[in-house]
Design a protein around this ligand. Structure first.
Ligand code: UD1
Ligand code: CA
Length: 468
């Protein structure tokens, strides 16, 4: 079976009440339109034509260069019938079955489309449509059948009579049309009430011409929910979230509360990982085997390797956390960082564009920016790499086995050599050689009986004031 696909995505999406083109609204990290395209790829189509409207540029940019996809523009949204007519010209020369889908039905599954196409070809139809039963048929087109149960037409909600409105079998917006069917799209008449050419009218037109048509009620409401409003969008987001979580539960991931975890479509998680409530895994994130992700963690575009522990309220962006490392609670790992094996990053530690060697510890209140830190280093509480001089960023190098005393500032560019110590409270402006002790603070002095003298002085002043 030779398949071509058309995605209708040129509508204004006015009901969304948004500046963003409707089909580019993202659901769990992926724009609605991309969800639809990912499903269509599974049909192995020879071509996918995306019909875009005034947002053609943004839509093209979001998809990029995909050889199987071509774009046509419907400058004025004159209805779904007119949109398909525009796509038809781009399919000149192709022969086979054209599958038409709306760009605003992102939950659509390839399994159902394949089943639909099998029925379409088995029945040797020229035109088929896919329908489903909607608990609340709302704004969907109603499927009108005759006494024998054959489809006669589709009537849009706004044009339906009170009796027709009660019909629960509705149009999913999915059609299969053979390319050798006489050109029906041009015969669709303008719907005067809406001022649009309805693609749904193709059924009535084909029926009148005695062309073989079919309607298959095989979809479920959850799968074909169209997104017209923000309310629909919220429902679809919830349904897709449930679908994603179910997939990971089946693959051996343990969720303490499946209702409060959000995982983007491109994320990958390995077996035996435990995920606590209110965790957000986003973008191109990979979580290894046997990790524990505690509550209120957001991980974006990052790799967390096997056995790592991410403690409460931690944000990790564009970084790698290696095997058995522990990060958090309340840590921020910023882009370009690499947290080595068995490293401990503790409370209120911020790491930016830094590489941290294995078994190093920065357990409390620390900022490590633009730094290269070796293995087995101990970074004391309150350490700050001062990487910015007001104009440029500079690098701090801390070699293996170094000990940085608490409350130290390392003024970059600076290097602390292997095994060196930095005394607590130091401001280090020069390199510290290997195995040396670097101290950068004023020496402590103790003034003997200073308190007694102070008390005496105060007492004298008070008695002087009392006398005067
Ligand atoms: C449409 C169907 C309806 C069906 C429902 C399923 C029509 C007339 N109605 O209604 O029977 O139950 O989908 O979800 O087809 N579009 C264009 N150009 C246009 C108008 C729309 O490309 O001129 C695109 C939109 O971007 C959208 C899709 O076509 O992705 C459907 O349009 P929309 O306005 O959402 O139609 P519905 O009212 O949902
Ligand atoms: Ca719609």
């Amino acid at each position: 079976m030779k398949i071509m696909c058309v995605v209708l995505a040129a509508g204004l999406g006015k009901r969304m009440n948004s500046f963003l083109p409707k089909v580019l609204h993202t659901l769990h990290g992926t724009p609605m339109l991309h969800h639809v395209l990912n499903t269509l790829y599974e049909l192995n189509p020879l071509r996918i034509v995306v019909v875009a409207g005034k947002h053609l540029k943004e839509i093209k940019e979001s998809i990029g260069d995909v050889s199987v996809i071509s774009f046509v523009q419907q400058k004025v949204p004159m209805g779904t019938g007119d949109a398909l007519l525009k796509a038809w010209t781009a399919l000149k020369g192709f022969q086979g079955t054209v599958v038409v889908v709306n760009g605003d039905t992102p939950l659509i599954m390839s399994k159902t489309l394949k089943q639909f196409l099998t029925l379409h070809s088995k029945e040797k139809n020229s035109v088929s449509m896919l329908s489903f039963i909607a608990e609340d048929p709302g704004s969907y087109g109603r499927v009108i059948r005759d006494g024998a149960g054959d489809i006669i037409s589709i009537v849009e909600d706004r044009d339906a009579t009170e009796r027709q409105k009660k019909i629960k079998e509705v149009n999913s917006g999915v059609y299969a049309i053979e390319t050798d069917t006489p050109h029906l799209l041009k015969e669709i008449k303008l719907n005067e009430s809406k001022g649009e050419y309805y693609l749904t009218d193709i059924i009535g037109v084909a029926k009148d011409k005695g062309i073989k048509i079919g309607a298959y009620c095989i979809g479920s409401e959850d799968e074909f929910m169209g997104v017209n409003t923000k309310k629909d969008f919220g429902k679809v987001r919830q349904l897709m979230r449930d679908r994603i979580i179910k997939k990971w539960v089946n693959r051996g991931i343990c969720f303490i509360d499946t209702n409060s975890v959000y995982i983007s479509t491109d994320v990958k998680i390995d077996k035996g990982t435990i995920i606590y409530p209110n965790v957000h895994l986003e973008g191109n994130t990979r979580i290894g085997r046997g990790c524990t992700i505690y509550p209120n963690v957001r991980i974006q575009d990052s790799i967390v390797e096997d056995g790592a522990i991410i403690k409460d309220s931690t944000l990790i962006e564009g970084s790698v956390v290696k095997r058995r490392a522990s990060v958090g609670p309340f840590a921020h790992i910023r882009p370009g960082s690499e947290i080595g094996e068995e490293v401990k990053i503790g409370n209120f530690v911020e790491v930016k564009k830094s590489v941290i060697g294995s078994r190093t510890k920065a357990s409390h209140l620390t900022y490590l920016g633009d730094s290269k830190i070796g293995k087995n280093v101990n970074i004391g509480a309150g350490t700050i790499t001062c990487n910015y001089d007001g104009y440029k960023k500079h690098v701090t190098i801390i070699e293996d086995n170094v000990f940085i005393g608490s409350d130290s500032q390392l003024i970059a560019p600076v290097k602390i050599g292997k095994g060196a110590y930095v005394g607590a409270g130091s401001t280090i402006t020069n390199d510290v050689p290997s195995l040396a002790l670097g101290m950068g603070r004023t020496r402590q002095i103790n003034i003997k009986d200073w308190v007694l003298r102070k008390k005496l002085k105060v007492k004298k002043e008070r008695s002087k004031r009392a006398k005067s």
